[in-house]
Design a binder for this molecule. Structure first.
Ligand code: GLP
Length: 241
């Protein structure tokens, strides 16, 4: 794993944006794996700016998001569909048919998971997967204990994850109890992975990732087995490494 240490959230976002823009320009049909949460918001703002400056186009780009809450319709302001649309998709020239997120409101969730896997394969796998880091080491919504061999699946969310994400909802009670997430093995099939880590509250998790063992108890540790991982982390997140 390569670690790029940057000063702060802004420089992390700029660095990640430069990285993605280079990849988009180098590939004929780039396939991006995208994440939600607070961490990549700055990256998406930067990408919109680059698009508006004419420095990048998304017309040949396909995107696959990591996860979606179960039970939320696409139009629900708390869904990841809505988040992605507001934070990136509606501002750039992505074709709607190239945008993919799991459908958390599907009638048959197991079928939805299989279909999602199939559509990633059909696109030829993800070229660059953006990841954030959960406080408990989760990636996507793969909570501690998830087998490294997992494919896209339905998960019960940890109470700590529901707590951490309650800030996006009116109350914790409104946070869904389940989600669909790309599995760990599905994420590991991405050709490259960029993990973004910002802020003091992630410092312990980052230290455990760098210094700890590879274990299903800390899902992000699997990244040490991937040949092409770049961590972009800011000063506050790097205090323990
Ligand atoms: C969320 C998301 C992840 C995200 C992580 C960190 O629960 N499912 O994809 O990377 O937790 O979130 P944040 O960036 O808000 O700290």
């Amino acid at each position: 794993m390569d670690i790029i240490r940057v000063k702060n959230y802004q420089t992390m976002s700029e660095k990640a944006c430069g990285y993605l823009v280079d990849k988009i320009q180098a590939a004929q049909k780039p396939v991006l794996g995208l994440a939600t949460g607070s961490t990549p918001e700055g990256l998406y703002k930067q990408l919109i700016e680059k698009y508006q400056e004419g420095a990048v186009s998304f017309k040949d780009v396909s995107t696959f998001n990591l996860d979606e809450y179960v039970g939320l319709e696409r139009k629900d302001p708390n869904s990841y569909h809505y988040y992605m649309n507001e934070k990136l998709f509606k501002h750039v020239d992505l074709s709607i048919e190239n945008v993919h997120l799991p459908n958390g409101a599907a009638g048959d969730l197991q079928q939805e998971c299989r279909d999602y896997e199939a559509s990633i394969k059909q696109a030829g796998d993800v070229d660059v997967q953006i990841l954030g880091l959960g406080l408990n080491g989760h990636i996507g919504f793969n909570e501690p204990g998830t087998p490294f061999s997992s494919r896209t699946h339905v998960v019960d969310l940890d109470e700590s994850t529901r707590e951490a994400n309650a800030r996006f909802f009116e109350s914790k009670a409104d946070v869904p109890t389940q989600a669909i997430t790309m599995g760990i093995e599905s994420i590991m099939e991405s050709k490259e992975i960029v993990l973004l880590v910002s802020g003091a509250k992630k410092a312990e998790a980052l230290a455990r990732l760098i210094n700890g063992e590879i274990s299903e108890d800390f899902p992000a540790s699997v990244l040490k087995q991937h040949p092409q991982v770049t961590i972009i982390a800011d000063e506050e997140a790097c205090v323990h490494i």
